[in-house]
Write a protein that binds this ligand. Structure first.
Ligand SMILES: Cc1ncc(C[n+]2csc(CCOP(=O)(O)OP(=O)(O)O)c2C)c(N)n1
Ligand SMILES: [Mg+2]
Length: 556
């Protein structure tokens, strides 16, 4: 037992959970915690220019390391309010973000005190839990509980509100014990038998893999299963990295944001082995446009309430994806080779797709087409690169065109679909994997949201390379205006500064590109320099298309 301040206690508890990096923006509500962080030889603090960005950084850090990711909303009131967007994003991404939110000193609470708002309530509907620490003694216990809640079952963000006076109070802290979390369970022998029986009956099976595989071990278990069964794998949106992009059995991302080969499989299969995916809106539109009615579904997820939620299932199993893949692999020899003609059909449609992608590499159109730029990104990046995407039309085109090899290698906004996530996320990811190249693909609008974080990249030596695809518009929304309102637009066109010059002003490297070959050359140069960089690429303003045709359909 030692006597420490509340701030010191927080740092000790964070360390006992294995946290090494904390993100935030300075505020007066937890200065003792900052002082303890400063004094600690192991912990790294990364200070952002906006709490929202700090939250995205911690979210991406959590997704890449396996969590938790810690963000400090160090200023009660406005600083904490700025975390709302980041917490909502983490909520829909099931990301174990833990926000320590400063709150008004206990004796002043409820008096409309300076910077007071009902922050406990604001986060209740958008976080897994929003909890207030009542006394100094409970601060370490409740911080440990916040991380435990974030990491257990279906993961998600937790906001721990701590009144300012708790951080300076002296408390007795028991000796630290390492915190640990439950592993997802394996399916029972009986459940494995049932899956095997359904597979044995199937003629056109596929694996529909999701974020449940998102670790190196998960990816390896999935690869072994696909190779053993010799059946194709489609991935859910944002999780293309669950298999290496050159994997023999990978079709790619399916659904509205996916490719034709993967969509063809989900439309024609007769058995879907859905592992570690919620089969959610972004991957399926929750209807049968992309997922055939005729397929039986085996749905395996760690979260029981996700199983069978949107599509009726032939078999639902609450278990981990990797654990299930490992058990099924053992049964594969008795099954494989019965799907040869199905595999041949897959090979054919995959080689057509590969041919298309190959042609994109030599597209010489002017103005530059996003597909050509993305082909150059694909060619320039080494296998250990990690890519983050944003929301928007250019990133939509990137989602299935970039290549990923070492899982986790892709971080995207997932279902909250927010613009202004990707660059900050890249900084958080870079902090998690300092030795790997991290590239953030952004639209011109999205980069504008977070360009102030260029200074964070420089100050904390985070050598992220941003590739900004500038179509002079809020392209994804402009596409809807143009398509559904006879070409009329309002607020769609934007003019951005030369982001390469902005980068240089901030101390990063800048490149301007408007011709074929330029992106690859700039990226190769930036990778060699190992410092923050922005590649501002002018692309065709007309290379945008409306994703959903049903949105503005007139009722019949
Ligand atoms: C925070 C937020 N604001 C607005 C939107 C609506 N929105 C979706 S895509 C998009 C356009 C993004 O523009 P840009 O980053 O330039 O990418 P582009 O679509 O042009 O490739 C907008 C405004 C959103 N999803 N999130
Ligand atoms: Mg744009």
């Amino acid at each position: 037992m030692t006597t420490v301040t509340g701030g010191e206690a927080c740092v000790r508890v964070l360390k006992s959970a294995g946290a090494k990096t904390v993100f935030g923006l300075l505020g007066g509500s937890m200065l003792e915690l900052y002082d303890a962080l400063r004094a600690d030889p192991v912990m790294r603090y990364i200070g952002a220019r906006d709490e929202r960005a700090a939250g995205h950084m911690a979210d991406a850090y959590a997704r890449v390391t396996g969590g938790p990711g810690i963000v400090l909303g160090a200023q009660a009131g406005p600083g904490v309010a700025n975390l709302v967007t980041a917490v909502a994003e983490a909520h829909l991404a099931y990301s174990p973000l833990v926000a320590i939110a400063g709150a008004i000193t206990r004796k002043d609470q409820g008096k409309d005190t300076f910077q007071e708002f009902d922050q406990l309530s604001v986060f209740k509907p958008i976080a897994k839990r929003s909890i207030m620490v009542p006394t100094p003694e409970r601060l370490p216990e409740m911080l440990a509980e916040a991380m435990h809640l974030a990491m257990s079952g279906r993961r998600g963000p937790v906001v721990l509100h701590a009144p300012r006076d708790l951080f300076s109070a002296e408390i007795d802290l028991p000796d630290a014990t390492a915190l640990s979390w439950a592993e997802p369970g394996a399916p029972s022998e009986k459940q494995v038998e049932k899956i095997v029986a359904l597979l044995a009956d199937a003629e056109r099976p596929i694996i529909f893999a999701g974020g449940g595989f998102k670790s190196q071990e998960g990816s390896a278990a999935l690869a072994t299963l696909a190779e053993s069964l010799r059946i194709p794998v489609v991935t859910s949106t944002g999780h293309l990295d669950v298999l290496p992009s050159d994997h023999r059995w990978l079709a790619g991302q399916t659904g509205p944001r996916g490719n034709a080969c993967a969509a063809d499989l989900t439309r024609r299969c007769d058995l879907i082995l859905a592992l570690g995916t919620r089969l959610a809106f972004n991957s399926t539109f929750l209807n049968h446009d992309y997922v055939t009615k005729d397929a039986k579904i085996v749905h395996v997820d760690t979260e029981a309430s996700a199983v069978g939620r949107y599509f009726p299932v032939a078999l639902g199993v609450q278990a981990g994806a990797a654990e299930t893949a490992e058990l099924l692999t053992a049964r594969a020899p008795q099954l494989r080779d019965r799907w040869r003609s199905w595999a041949a059909r897959f090979d054919e449609s995959k080689s057509a797709l590969s041919q298309e992608r190959l042609e994109e590499e030599s597209d010489t159109a002017h103005p530059l087409q996003p597909r050509r730029v993305l082909a150059e990104v694909r060619k320039a990046l080494p296998r250990d690169a990690l890519i983050t995407l944003d929301t928007g039309n250019a990133c939509l085109q990137a989602a299935d065109r970039v290549a990923c090899y070492e899982c986790p290698a892709m971080v995207t906004p997932l279902d909250f679909g927010l613009v202004g996530f990707g660059y900050a996320a890249a900084l958080g990811a870079q902090a998690a994997v300092p030795g790997r190249p991290v590239v953030s693909i952004m639209g011109d609008g999205g980069f504008g949201f977070t360009m102030a974080e260029l200074t964070t990249a420089v100050a904390y030596d985070l050598p992220v390379i941003a590739v900004v695809l500038d179509n002079g518009a809020w392209g994804a929304e402009k596409a809807y205006q143009r398509t559904f309102f006879d070409g009329r637009t309002l607020g769609a066109d934007i003019e951005s500064p030369a982001y390469d010059k902005v980068a240089e002003l901030c101390g990063a490297a800048g490149y301007a590109v408007d011709a074929p070959g330029g992106t690859q050359a700039a990226l190769t140069d930036a990778l060699a320099r190992k410092r923050p960089a922005v590649i501002h690429v002018k692309i065709d303003p007309d290379a945008i298309n409306a994703l959903r045709k049903d949105l503005f359909a007139k009722p019949k």
